[in-house]
Design a protein around this ligand. Sequence first.
Ligand SMILES: [Zn+2]
Length: 235
Amino acid sequence: MNDVAVFLFYGCLNDFLPKEDRNQAIPYSFRGAPGIKDPIETLGIPHSEVGGIEVNTQSVDFNYQLQAHDQVKVFPLDSNTAAPRFIVDVNLGKLARYLRLLGFDTAWRNDLQDAEIARISVEQERIILTRDRRLLFRREISLGYWIRSVIPDQQVPEVLDRLDCWQDIRPFRRCAVCNGLIQAVEKEAILDKLEPLTRKYYKEFYRCSDCGQIYWKGSHYEKLTKKIAKFRNLA
Ligand SMILES: [Zn+2]
């Protein structure tokens, strides 16, 4: 005889369910006493997007073993902690640059394999941002968010909304190229690296402490400032 428990998923976890199951009590048939992660993932929800579980109104963790007639409520990750740190999947380079531009500590390389992304996420406690939901089912990871939008300009507000981190924006703090921290630098120290016109018209300079990229408040800066303002208006 199979036993039956009932699952109800909250908020954005419903995105993983077929339409007819969203915001509905879902009966789940099972044998024995499986760890609660199994049914959750069998129903299509990556465990890494789960922020909390209640069984019969008691809060439980992934060690809980499912019992007959359990009423299970599953809540999404809510990240109301310090500024989140990210690792962004290889094909989301534009999102990674935007997040760096907004000051978020964002690891990204275009040549990382899934296993490396997972390892970095675990070791450095970075939230994986990906369009590939299979990546989020990997056993070893615990922090992940599946990006719903395919448009970079919409992915940024999506991430900031879902992880509730609009208040953590710190523009021009990080290098968009490498994620290093940007610091003010004396013009004299970098004269030889400047084009003649830049040298002539600009006084204030900044340099990435990791890759050495030099920044100044030229036309590119104005464009980026407008971009940041546009994102901020979406908060
Ligand atoms: Zn850099």
